[in-house]
Each structure stands twice: as C-alpha cells, then as structure tokens.
Ligand binder design. Structure first.
Ligand SMILES: C[S@@+](CC[C@H](N)C(=O)[O-])C[C@H]1O[C@@H](n2cnc3c(N)ncnc32)[C@H](O)[C@@H]1O
Length: 273
C-alpha cells in the first residue's frame, strides 16, 4: 500500500500534465492502473515507479503513466443524438454557407481510439454524396499517442464494432481482417492526426467548421474548462458548431457560446457579440 504522500504526488503529476482532476477517493484507481505498468517497466512495484517519477526527467515514463490513468471509453455513434443533429441540421447549414469554398474542416479533439471521427466520416459519406467533390478534412487529436496510433490503424474488435455499428456499416465501410474489422482507406485518408494536449499550447490549426470535444472537459476543473472553451472560440468559425458530451455544458463557464436549439442541447455556436 502506498503512503498518502505518494498518492498525492501522482494526483498532482496527472493534474499538472493532463488537467485531469483525480479526487482522493480514486486512489484505488491509481493502484489498479499503475501496478501493471510498474511491473511491465520492471520496477517490481508501484513504489519503485513513483521513486523514478520523483527523480524526474523521464518524459517517456511520465507519458506512459498519464496514458494509463486516462479514461479512453468511447463507442461508434456514441449517444446517437449528436450524429442526428450533425446529419439533419449542421452539415446542411454548412453546405449552404460553404458552397463557394467547397471545404469543411472538422476537429475531433480527444478522439480516443477513433470511433468518434469514423462515425463522423461514415455520416458524411452515407448521407452527403455531394461532399465527394469537396475538400473535407477531419483533424483528430488526443493526448495519447497510443490512441492516435489506434485511430490511424482503424482496426476494431468484434466487441468494439458491436458497440454502435450495424451490419450495413460493416459491409459498406469495413473489411474483415483476422478477428478485426478494419476501416476502409477512403475514410481513413480523411483523418489528419495530431498529438494535442488540450491544456498546453495548441499547434497551428485551421479555422474549424465543426468541433467535437466530447467527454473530456468533464475531467478538468472549471478554470481549465473556461480556458479551453475560450481558445475554442478562436479556433471555430463564427458560424461553426461545437459538440460537447452529454454531461458537459458551457453554462456557468463562459458566455462565449450559446446552445443551438436541437431538441436536446449538446451543440453550441458563438454567441453573437
Ligand atoms: C472518454 S474519452 C472520449 C472519447 C470521445 N471523444 C468520445 O466522446 O467517445 C477521453 C479522451 O480524452 C483524452 N484526454 C484526456 N486528457 C486530455 C488532454 N489534456 N488533452 C487531450 N486529450 C485528453 C484521453 O486520452 C481520452 O482518449
């Protein structure tokens, strides 16, 4: 069992480097996630791993620790409703507004293993054939390089595919390979991966028409949420759309955005100045 100081050290390291706030009642999670990593890295036990972290300057190890503590939970067409809003309201409005440039930039920030950006790509491909002559770029980012590699690989187990995909999706957009379903190149080539830590400076990003930033702000404190939402306002087009997760909102955090009436919240736009 670790001493209280060591748990506190791990909690502050995770918060400083990823923004994730871990309460003291989550100490069991630190043990459950980091014990296997400590063994894999041949420290013998968690205390050895923490001693190494305290000694500092092992960026590779720090990133592995952060990755192990993250929640990567995701699924295809997660929560359903945002993808209906995307199909029924958001893309039709933007196709009208971008008729001249024929270009759409979409960002899935905190994309985890890629089910979310591929759900966006499948929605566009299935319902908007006119977009095949447009430039459509889906920028994907996550703090975890392992998740970005998985996103680019686009290979999903049967269990992962069963979470949100229909037979029709599988037939149209995937190829079977060994025990996995692998996304076809046509969709994979629309994705542009970046490693972005949302609480650190962001690289240059084009102005985005649509941003999905779902189920990540929930882990940050209100100060980080506000900073990130204010930065989003600079990145998103004035008539662009922002999707947050079902348990996330801009309310009482910033007045920069207002909810789009979609029947069920979750989608936001710039509040006019
Ligand atoms: C719960 S998943 C959400 C995945 C997807 N957006 C969805 O809603 O299904 C949260 C993701 O946020 C990423 N994440 C956590 N902190 C982050 C940070 N500071 N910067 C960028 N990504 C982060 C994690 O690595 C994880 O893949």
């Amino acid at each position: 069992m670790l001493d209280a100081g060591s748990f506190e050290f791990v909690r502050s390291l995770i918060r400083e480097r990823s923004g994730m706030v871990l309460d003291a009642d989550k100490d069991y999670l630190i043990e459950a996630r980091l014990e296997p990593l400590a063994r894999e890295e041949r420290f013998g036990g968690l205390s050895g791993l923490i001693l190494r972290l305290k000694a500092g300057a092992d960026e590779r190890l720090v990133r592995r620790v952060i990755d192990a503590m993250m929640v990567h939970e995701t699924s295809f067409f997660r929560d359903g409703h945002p993808f209906e809003v995307l199909r029924e309201q958001v893309v039709p409005a933007l196709m009208k507004a971008r008729r001249d440039s024929a270009q759409l930039d979409i960002w899935c920030a905190a994309c985890s293993s890629g089910q979310e950006p591929y759900s966006v790509a499948m929605t566009l491909d299935a319902h908007f054939p006119e977009l095949s002559s447009w430039t459509v770029r889906i920028h994907v980012s996550d703090i975890s390089q392992r998740m970005l590699d998985r996103t680019q690989e686009g290979a999903y187990s049967k269990l992962e595919a069963d979470r949100g995909l229909t037979e029709q999706h599988l037939r149209r957009f995937f190829t079977p390979r060994e025990n996995n379903w692998v996304i076809k190149d046509k969709l994979r080539s629309q994705l542009h991966p970046f490693r972005i830590n949302l609480i650190e400076p962001w690289p240059y990003l084009p102005r985005m028409d649509i941003i999905f930033m779902r189920n990540v702000l929930i882990y940050f404190d209100v100060h980080e949420k506000r900073k990130i939402l204010q930065r989003l306002r600079q990145v998103i087009q004035p008539d662009g759309f922002l999707f947050l997760g079902a348990a996330e909102t801009t309310l009482q955090i910033t007045d920069d955005f207002e909810a789009v009436p979609t029947g069920r919240g979750l989608c936001y736009r710039h509040r006019p100045e």
